[in-house]
Design a binder for this molecule. Structure first.
Ligand code: ARG
Length: 403
């Protein structure tokens, strides 16, 4: 489609890794045009400052590095936390949540630079290509999308390295890259290499921020998390910004081995893949928040919201962040969060984060109704009439069918 159009300026999603380094040169050769690199910091935890020199040495006209952590936490992680978003019940969607934000900023940057194309380094087998392109198509459908890895002749790591050496592209090949690792504030996605055997126990070198259980402390650690209107505010009484709170929980949880996930996942393109995740903060926060909601939201609201969890998680995984349905679910959630204020107490021990207590000024748990002790105010006599009417349809059907 776009191949007939003349491309004059390309914005590239750049990480400084082997793939995107080679892509800069490959794009310049193929389109004889300017390539501008963009790198968004979503909490990779790596020093991004050497990237500028590297990008320029590779041929990019410039590199824009942007700190997206605050936006990422407020606009993407917070609703995902409050909706308890987990793909297939386990993966907290760390990678899936940051792609639409990076793609949105790529679009903003491409438009302000007057570029006519955006390029990314995703493979044709993964979900990330869909997430990038869905976002670009939603926000700036006029832009051409280029995915060199899907079409180029460099089909192995070795051929990419050879290409880089031939063209004097600075790359780091000091350590053997065994796994594909994607890191952000909300967790780490680890795949490929030995993990491709689904029966193989994840090797120790897949443990990055979470301790192996035989290295975690032998005594539990208690955490008190304060939420205000659904937003986590304090750990053990100490206030944190949302970004810092997530960083801190990743550290504390990881130390106790919390948040390791090993799963077989259904990718959007139809294949199954074996994925290992490290998501201490996501695991702890979702568990605590869900527990607090069970105290402050009524039954019908809770059950209805639970139905939306699955839909929201799918939309995020499928790359449909910029959809009306996703936006509407977040709007629904915003109303619910008005009541989610209170404190949750958790115990971290040997890979588990267990909720051991919760309290709230909005608690719907009324002792005088729930108790079995002397001060019980629940009128047990009204249950008879309630059950008579509630079960009337069953009773009628039972009578009629018996005849
Ligand atoms: N399977 C996960 C997802 O689709 C993780 C993808 C990791 N991406 C990567 N480039 N290593 O969200």
């Amino acid at each position: 489609m776009g191949s007939h159009k003349q491309i004059k300026k390309i914005v590239l999603a750049y990480s400084g890794g082997l793939d995107t380094s080679v892509i800069v040169k490959w794009l310049i050769d193929k389109y004889s045009c300017e390539v501008i690199a963009y790198c968004g910091d979503v909490g990779q935890g790596a020093d991004l400052s050497p990237l500028e020199e590297r990008a320029k040495k590779t041929g990019a006209s410039k590199l824009l590095i942007e700190d997206l952590r605050e936006d990422f936490a407020q606009e993407y992680l917070l609703p995902a936390l409050q909706l308890h978003a987990l793909y297939e019940g386990q993966y907290d969607l760390a990678t899936a949540l940051n792609r639409p934000l990076i793609a949105k900023r790529l679009v903003d940057f491409a438009l302000s630079e007057g570029a006519d194309a955006i390029a990314h380094g995703c493979t044709g087998k993964g979900n990330d290509q869909v997430r990038f392109e869905a976002t670009i198509n939603a926000l700036a459908p006029q832009l051409t999308i280029l995915a060199p890895v899907r079409e180029w002749e460099l089909t192995s790591r070795e051929s990419e390295i050879a290409y880089a050496e031939k063209h004097n592209i600075p790359i780091e090949i000091s350590h053997e890259k065994i796994y594909s690792i994607d890191k952000c504030l909300w967790g780490i996605s680890i795949e490929c290499g030995p993990l491709e055997d689904p029966y193989l126990e994840p090797p120790r070198n897949t443990y990055i921020t979470v301790k192996h259980l035989d290295e975690t402390p032998d005594t539990p650690e208690y955490l008190e998390l304060d939420f205000e209107k659904g937003v986590p505010q304090r750990i053990n009484g100490k206030a944190y910004s949302l970004v810092d709170l997530i960083v801190e929980l990743n550290k504390v949880g990881g130390n106790h081995g919390v948040g390791r996930i090993d799963m077989i996942e259904n990718r959007l393109v139809g294949i199954k893949s074996r994925e290992v995740y490290e998501t201490p903060a996501g695991s702890i926060l979702i568990k605590a928040h869900r527990d607090l909601e069970s105290l402050v939201l009524d039954r019908e609201m809770l059950h209805y919201k639970e139905n939306l969890t699955n839909k929201f998680s799918e939309l995020v995984y499928y790359g449909l962040w910029f959809s009306t349905l996703r936006e509407s679910i977040v709007a629904f959630n915003d109303v619910a969060q008005q009541y989610v204020t209170g404190t949750v107490r958790l115990k971290l021990f040997k890979g588990q984060a267990t909720v051991v207590g919760r309290k709230s000024k909005n608690s719907l748990y009324l002792d005088e109704l729930s108790t079995y002790a002397e001060h019980d105010k629940f009128d047990q006599s009204s249950s008879k009439g309630f059950i008579d009417l509630w079960t009337l349809p069953l009773k009628v059907a039972g009578q009629v069918r018996k005849k």
